[in-house]
Design a protein around this ligand. Structure first.
Ligand code: HEC
Ligand code: HEC
Length: 119
C-alpha cells in the first residue's frame, strides 16, 4: 500500500483503509519518491510523554503501522529506529503519529525528508 504516501491522512479523508495511530515508511535515501518500496525488517519504536512505548517492524514495502485501538499515546511522542544493530532517533517531540505527513520526499514541519536507515 502506497509506500511513502501519507497513510493516516488518506485513510481518514477517504473513510477507507484501517485507522492507524502511527504509520509511515523507512527508506535508504532522504529524497525517495512516493510509491518506491522502502526497507523491510526495520524496528520502529515510538515513546510517548508518559514513557509508554510501542514497537513496529517494517513490512516488504518498508511500511510500518499500528492500529488505533492498539495505543492511546500521550503526546508529544519521540521515535527510534533500529536496523543491523544501529539506531537513529527523533529527539524532538511531535504531536502527531502520522509520520509520513512530515517525512515527505522534501521534508515538511522541519523534518529532513524521509525516515532513513541508521548508519
Ligand atoms: C492515497 C490514499 C492512500 C494512501 C496514501 C495510503 N492508503 Fe492504505 N488504503 C487506502 C484505501 C482507499 C484503502 C482501502 C481499499 C484497499 O484496501 O485498497 C487502504 C487500505 C489499506 C490497508 C488494508 C488493506 C491492505 O492492503 O492490507 C492497509 C494495511 C493500508 N492501507 C496501509 C497503508 C499504509 C501503511 C500507508 C502508508 C505507508 C497507506 N496505507 C497509504 C488508501 C491509501
Ligand atoms: C510533525 C512533524 C513530524 C512527525 C509527525 C514525525 N516527525 Fe520524525 N522528525 C521530525 C523533525 C522536525 C525531525 C528532525 C529533528 C529531530 O531529529 O528530532 C525528525 C526526525 C526524525 C528522525 C531522525 C532523522 C534523522 O535522519 O536523523 C527519525 C528516525 C524520525 N523522525 C522518525 C519518525 C517517526 C517514526 C515518526 C512517526 C511515529 C515521526 N518521525 C513523525 C518531524 C516529524
Amino acid at each position: 500500500m502506497h509506500p511513502g504516501g501519507d497513510c493516516i491522512a488518506c485513510h481518514t479523508q477517504r473513510g477507507e483503509g484501517p485507522s492507524f495511530v502511527f504509520a509511515g515508511t523507512v527508506y535508504t535515501d532522504y529524497d525517495e519518491e512516493d510509491d518506491c518500496n522502502g526497507t523491510s525488517g526495520v524496528e520502529v519504536e515510538v515513546t510517548d510523554a508518559d514513557g509508554s512505548s510501542w514497537t513496529m517492524t517494517t513490512n516488504q514495502a518498508g511500511n510500518f503501522y499500528l492500529a488505533s485501538n492498539q495505543a492511546s499515546p500521550v503526546y508529544p511522542i519521540t521515535a527510534v529506529i533500529r536496523y543491523n544493530g544501529l539506531e537513529r532517533a527523533m529527539v524532538s517531540g511531535q504531536s502527531s503519529g502520522d509520520c509520513a505527513s512530515c517525512h515527505t520526499v522534501a521534508g515538511s514541519g522541519g523534518a529532513p525528508g524521509r525516515i532513513v536507515l541508521p548508519e
